[in-house]
Design a protein. Structure first.
Length: 141
């Protein structure tokens, strides 16, 4: 687990993914979306829906029903069937509403899966092990 560095800020410990380009949440995704509303103040009615990407291959929308403080680049555990999945937040805020509209999703009728929590160190380890196994499994097939 040499690619994941622990950083302590105050009482919280955060994990930064540093040396592997494929694990760097802020710059390595072919599914990266530019948040052109980033510098605009938040509206009074905040949208609690976020967009999460998974292992550089798919994206989906989730509801932040626990009202966690989430930002782009955070790694979160989200509802999946069965169990949970780990992904990187690609969009938050008002821009998500535009993405929903672009994809033809009506937020009033769509049943969003939930964001459970920010990923824990144990989640990072399992996620990292799964990524390392992908290449060997791919070559075996």
């Amino acid at each position: 687990m040499d690619n994941i560095d622990k950083e302590k800020s105050g009482n919280q410990s955060e994990l930064n993914i540093s040396s592997c380009n494929c694990l760097k949440p802020e710059s390595c995704s072919k599914l990266e979306a530019f948040d052109w509303l980033n510098n605009i103040p938040e509206p009074s009615k905040k949208l609690d829906i976020i967009e999460v990407r998974f292992k550089n291959t798919r994206k989906d929308f989730f509801i932040n029903s626990n009202l966690l403080r989430l930002k782009k680049g955070d790694i979160v555990a989200v509802e999946a069937s069965p169990g949970h999945d780990i992904g990187i937040i690609s969009l938050t805020g008002e821009i998500v509403g535009f993405q929903l509209k672009k994809q033809g999703i009506n937020s009033a009728e769509y049943e969003f899966k939930k964001v459970y929590r920010k990923a824990k160190p144990a989640d990072f380890e399992k996620w990292h092990e799964a990524i390392l196994l992908e290449d060997s499994i791919m070559f075996k097939t």
